[in-house]
Design a protein around this ligand. Structure first.
Ligand SMILES: NC(=O)C1=CN([C@@H]2O[C@H](COP(=O)(O)OP(=O)(O)OC[C@H]3O[C@@H](n4cnc5c(N)ncnc54)[C@H](O)[C@@H]3O)[C@@H](O)[C@H]2O)C=CC1
Ligand SMILES: O=C([O-])CC(=O)C(=O)O
Length: 342
């Protein structure tokens, strides 16, 4: 069932282990296209002890349904009535936020800003009040801007800890693994492509040269390389187009979101050296005015940021992609900060 990538083998391993931990996870936006399968995958993860599912619609139904899976964790759904959001957040140690509008064909992720900025702001405000110490994973787009919005909310509430805030870019890593192994004939689980910078078009920068299979493609250059990089950067558009108005990636995103959460859970359970590419407040390009950046991040035993690794050796083509997109990322971050100062 889960045989496709390194991420998946980890999930399969955690499903089959008898280990149990006691981590409480809240999913905000749990009844959506991502929220439902993500909640299911989290219900299957033995490192989760309790799942709180919040949505403005249907959360009770999703929780009742998912809750019938015979895994040890408990699962409760909450709607907005009777302080449901605050109840969902009480005691949460990990909060995952896929709430928000998805794209339709012809839209960019930035076109979602107006719809999603206030949704994410309001959910973050509740999290800052009720569960300020939780680790927060932001899936809602545009991630490049929604993460800075959450940071500003937490700063305003006086509870900001940059080590606890993550933008979920895992789907870019999953896609890069799937697409490169499809070309190179390698095992997806052994084809781990770091993807750095951010999460939209040009700010998705795969570092193919950092693994043997990718290095070959990079050195060959030409059409194959150009098409592969483009497919990784615009994988989201491929799904939006194929779904033809019915939304964007949901199932692969749920898989990626479950993997992201599993990384935090494993680190919290004591696994050493858990490292993943994720979008965090980062010193790496701060001197160029870029405050948030995705690069390999090593987690602490608290499931928080322990060490932000630099991007490592880049092929000149990768260096060019990275440098070219920093001004875009800077604008995306500024838009989030401006929204919160308005
Ligand atoms: N980070 C990433 O790699 C990816 C991010 N996304 C983004 O994830 C978001 C969700 O996508 P889908 O699940 O496909 O959308 P969807 O429309 O199927 O689900 C969104 C859910 O959010 C809920 N919601 C709306 N406002 C809410 C609020 N104030 N509080 C709680 N819940 C609320 C809706 O009721 C709905 O159930 C979109 O912004 C999409 O662009 C999608 C794929 C990949
Ligand atoms: O493309 C979108 O709008 C959703 C997304 O972020 C992705 O699939 O990477």
């Amino acid at each position: 069932m889960f045989a496709a990538t390194r991420q998946s083998s980890r999930l399969a391993r955690s499903f089959s282990t008898s280990a149990r931990a006691n981590t409480r996870v809240a999913v905000l936006g749990a009844a959506g296209g991502i929220g439902q399968p993500l909640s299911l995958l989290l219900k299957l993860n033995p490192l989760v002890s309790h799942l709180s599912l919040y949505d403005i619609r249907l959360a009770a139904g999703v929780a009742a349904d998912v809750g019938h899976c015979n895994t040890p964790s408990t699962c409760v759904g909450y709607g907005p009535e009777n302080d449901g959001l605050k109840k969902a957040l009480e005691g949460a140690e990990i909060i995952i936020i896929p709430a928000g509008m998805p794209r339709k064909p012809g839209m960019t992720r930035d076109d979602l800003f107006n719809a999603n900025a206030s949704i994410v702001r309001d959910l973050a405000q509740a999290a800052a009040e009720v569960a300020p110490k939780a680790r927060i994973g932001i899936i809602a787009n545009p991630v490049n801007s929604t993460v800075p919005i959450v940071a500003e909310v937490f700063k305003k509430a006086g509870v900001y800890d940059p080590k606890r805030l993550f933008g979920v870019t895992t789907l870019d890593i999953v896609r890069a693994s799937a697409f490169l192994s499809g070309i190179a004939g390698t095992e997806p689980k052994d084809t781990n492509v770091p993807v750095v910078v951010g999460h939209s078009g040009p700010t998705i920068v795969p570092l193919l040269s950092q693994l043997p299979a990718g290095k070959k493609v990079v050195e060959q250059g030409g059409e194959t390389l150009a098409a592969l990089v483009k497919r990784i950067q615009y994988g989201g558009d491929e799904v939006v187009k194929a779904k033809d108005g019915a939304g964007s990636a949901t199932l692969s995103m749920a898989y990626a979101g479950a993997d992201f959460t599993d990384s935090l859970l494993r680190a919290m359970k004591g696994e050493k050296g858990v490292t993943l590419c994720t979008y965090v407040e980062s010193p790496l390009y701060k001197d160029q005015g870029v405050e948030f950046f995705s690069s390999p991040v090593e987690l602490s035993s608290e499931g928080t940021v322990a060490k932000i690794h630099p991007v490592g050796d880049l092929h000149p083509t990768e260096q060019k992609l990275l440098e070219a997109c920093l001004p875009d990322l800077k604008k995306n971050i500024a838009a989030g900060v401006k929204f919160m100062s308005a």
